[in-house]
Design a protein around this ligand. Structure first.
Ligand code: NAD
Length: 488
């Protein structure tokens, strides 16, 4: 097998390229001043911007592939599907539907409000801030921008400092495509994020860890800015005895090891029925070796497998592995080996005790603990004893089992007999619940996240029943109230 290109020097947080606070303040003032104009943009104008964004990611396809390879050796096909196509599709979908979403929505009128008409008007929330993570650094930066543009909000975007090549490219792409008074990118790390959070944005859209989500929400509380928090956590997967084990293993392996496990909705751990545990682990072995190679050397060579984003995250994962093994877990597939260049072998762990760190914290890397159960209630109880997950997957041949899990657990989203798919349908709202997130986006949900649903009632030029209820409260007025109470 030919040598894979060497991994570039580790990407270090791009503090040297950070946008200076004075420049950030200038952009904030500019965008604030522009929000009233953008508010009045028509559906056609917004669709035009969305198509421009769509074209932008296609025009920069090769540069995006290069930047993501430089940041963490993300395979080009994964860049095409999970970054470029994901943004292109979201932008196209929004361009197609934005006129419909913007239409005021007439609602019904209760009898006591006879003589009025009521509607919901979707007005832009105003100036928006997007703070993005590193794991899908184009997708998770630009898809919130799609939603902001559809809703008519100027938006300031800060990508992650951990993917400096991609963050720099995003800045260049946006600069060449949009007026900075509408969309602008600022670079920087935590200091920059905190500087931004000191300003009174109308809406803050944050994607990242639950821990930082809390910090963002506290900062937003200072200005009572509304928030969408797209957070993390552990996404459980249940495989029951009736599941098609081969398909389940291949799909779980793909969902887990794509992006080297650095996917917020990757299956974090698997609970498999004890009767099929060994057969399922065998299928996982077949899937992993057919995807990435028979030996750890082959897997370290293939260009179809990403690297861990930073030395810090690489060491954290290596430590999770060491801790699990020290507590009795067995590497059933893969070696858990961590190598220079931030490679970590895709690894399945069995016999993992619940106290192991790998079962306690979000893994966010290519380690897959597999535990067995006897009764479905066991994984259901376990899941319910933990914070509500962002995603929950069930592999089963039984609709009733799938429905039972859905009915007795809570999660941001669920795919049955596959993984990640609920993320990919723009007609579905995407997001978490409590610790895994607050608010939703994608498609219309994204438009609504950046819109204020304004309640508007128009009184027609006819008498209103409420005109009878002015003081002094007469017998006639009291009779009207008696009647009204019978109607409500
Ligand atoms: P992170 O929380 O470390 O960083 C996200 C963003 O917040 C970055 O722009 C960063 O600069 C900024 N930030 C970091 N510390 C900050 C602080 N103290 N104050 C203000 N801003 C700060 O997250 P990450 O490591 O980039 O991403 C991984 C996490 O994101 C995982 O938990 C993953 O599950 C989650 N995630 C969630 C989704 C989703 O859609 N729900 C998608 C991708 C990732």
């Amino acid at each position: 097998m030919p040598d894979a290109p060497a991994a570039p020097a580790p990407a270090s947080p791009a503090t040297d390229t950070a946008t200076p606070p004075t420049e950030i303040n200038r952009l904030i003032r500019l965008q604030q001043a522009n929000k009233a104009r953008i508010r009045h943009t028509t559906a056609t104008q917004r669709a035009d911007k969305l198509r421009r964004l769509h074209q932008m990611v296609l025009d920069y396809r090769a540069d995006i592939q290069d930047a993501l390879f430089a940041d963490f050796r993300k395979p080009a096909v994964e860049v095409d599907t999970s970054e470029i196509a994901a943004v292109a599709e979201e932008a196209t979908y929004a361009a197609k539907h934005v006129a419909q979403w913007m239409k005021p929505e007439r609602v019904s009128t209760p009898p006591q409000l006879a003589g009025t008409v009521s509607e919901i008007r979707y007005e832009p929330k105003g100036h928006a801030l997007v703070l993005a993570p590193w794991n899908y650094p184009v997708n998770l930066a630009l898809n919130p921008v799609v939603a902001a543009l559809a809703a008519g909000c100027p938006v300031l975007l800060k990508p992650s400092e951990y993917t400096p090549y991609t963050s720099r490219l995003l800045r260049e792409m946006v600069q060449s495509t949009f007026d900075e008074s509408e969309v602008a990118v600022v670079e920087g790390a935590v200091d920059t994020a905190q500087h931004l959070l000191g300003h009174p944005f109308d809406h803050i859209f944050f994607t990242g860890s639950t821990e930082v989500g809390r910090i963002v929400m506290k900062a937003a509380a200072e200005h009572l800015s509304s928030v969408t928090l797209e957070l993390g956590g552990k996404s459980p997967t249940i495989v029951d005895a009736t599941a098609d084990l081969r398909k389940a293993a291949r799909r779980i392996a793909l969902g887990k090891f794509t992006n080297a496990g650095q996917t917020c909705i990757a299956p974090d751990y698997v609970y498999v029925h004890a009767d099929v545990h060994d057969a399922f682990v065998d299928e996982l072995a077949t899937a992993i070796t057919s995807f990435y190679g028979e030996t750890v050397d082959e897997r370290a060579q293939t260009t179809d497998y990403a690297r861990i984003v930073s030395d810090r995250h690489h060491e954290r994962l290596a430590e999770l592995y060491r801790d699990a093994v020290a507590r009795g877990a067995r590497p059933a597939v893969g070696t858990g080996e961590a190598r220079d260049g931030r490679f970590l072998d895709p690894t399945v762990l069995t016999d993992v005790p619940l106290e192991a760190d790998v079962m306690q914290e979000e893994i966010f890397g290519p380690l897959l603990p597999v535990r067995s159960y006897h009764a479905l209630q066991e994984p259901i109880d376990y899941i319910n004893s933990k914070p509500k997950p962002l995603a929950l997957y069930v592999f089963t041949g039984s609709e009733a089992t799938a429905d039972q899990v859905i009915a007795h657990t809570s999660a941001g989203g669920t795919t049955i007999n596959n993984v990640l798919l609920h993320y990919l349908n723009p007609a579905l709202p995407f997001g978490g619940v409590n610790a895994s997130g607050i608010g939703k986006y994608h498609g219309e949900a994204g438009f609504r996240a950046f819109s204020n649903e304004r309640a508007v009632v128009r009184q027609r030029n006819v008498p209103s029943p409420l005109d009878l209820l002015t003081p002094p409260y007469t017998a006639l007025g009291r009779r009207a109230v008696d009647l009204a109470l019978k109607l409500v």
